[in-house]
Design a protein around this ligand. Structure first.
Ligand code: C5P
Length: 218
């Protein structure tokens, strides 16, 4: 069977990475988490300390080496050779990542890398602008969403399971702020592509969502 290029976009906490990883495993494809790449840049910016300004973000871009590898169903993210896979998931990173991802030079560098990773096909890439900008020629395009309450709840449970002390209201507020920033930014805003299939996962189980995605690919 032809190795497809699958694009999955959607707002924060829609469960994209969970279902995309499971679908990629079933299809034998490589999963590419583009959000992790923007998080990696945000992590490095936070390492500089102090207030996060556009100047500080832009200063990080030229030399940063972001490497995403996917092996045995697991994504590893490295910044300048250092494994930051868990460090990029903190609320501090989530809080500033949309500001980082709104800047043109950051996006240009990440989109270049993303297109190179998808060249050979057999990839399932998730993010905000995959169908509209990174891979407009993707074979399958899905816009995955869920109600804000459900998305906040899922993220809350995920972070609690990791042992982080988080507050549900804070998470919901952060997700809403991120959606607004991602949808209203000038460059490659989050929007459903005209030719993408809408998949609202509110009330659906993970296996149900994965089955729908696999069905669209077959
Ligand atoms: O997918 P995740 O929630 O980890 O993404 C973190 C942030 O990275 C998003 O809120 C968005 O600001 C940015 N992002 C983006 N374009 C992508 C993927 C993520 O701007 N393709």
């Amino acid at each position: 069977m032809k190795k497809l290029v699958v694009a999955i976009d959607g707002p924060a906490g829609a469960g994209k990475s969970t279902v995309a990883q499971l679908a990629a495993k079933e299809l034998g494809y490589t999963y590419i988490d583009t959000g992790a790449m923007y998080r990696a840049v945000a992590w490095k910016v936070l390492q500089q300390g102090g207030e996060v300004t556009d100047e500080k973000i832009l200063a990080v871009v030229p030399d940063i080496d972001v490497d995403l590898s996917y092996e045995n169903g697991k994504t590893t993210v490295r910044v300048d050779g250092q494994d930051v896979t868990s460090e990029i998931r903190t609320p501090e990173v989530s809080h500033i990542v949309s500001k980082v991802a709104a800047l043109g030079p950051v996006r240009e560098k990440m989109v270049d890398l993303q297109r190179k990773m998808a060249e050979r096909g057999g990839v399932l890439m998730d993010g905000r602008d995959i169908a509209t900008n990174v891979l407009p020629g993707a074979d399958v395009k899905i816009y995955l969403t869920a109600s804000i309450a459900e998305r906040a709840n899922r993220r809350y449970k995920e972070l609690r399971e990791k042992g982080l002390a988080v507050d549900l209201a804070d998470i919901e507020h952060d997700i809403a702020a991120r959606d607004k920033a991602d949808m209203e930014r000038e460059i490659s805003p989050l929007v459903q592509a005209d030719d993408a299939t809408l998949l609202d996962t509110t009330g659906m189980t993970i296996p149900e969502v994965v089955a729908r995605i696999i069905g669209m690919c077959r």
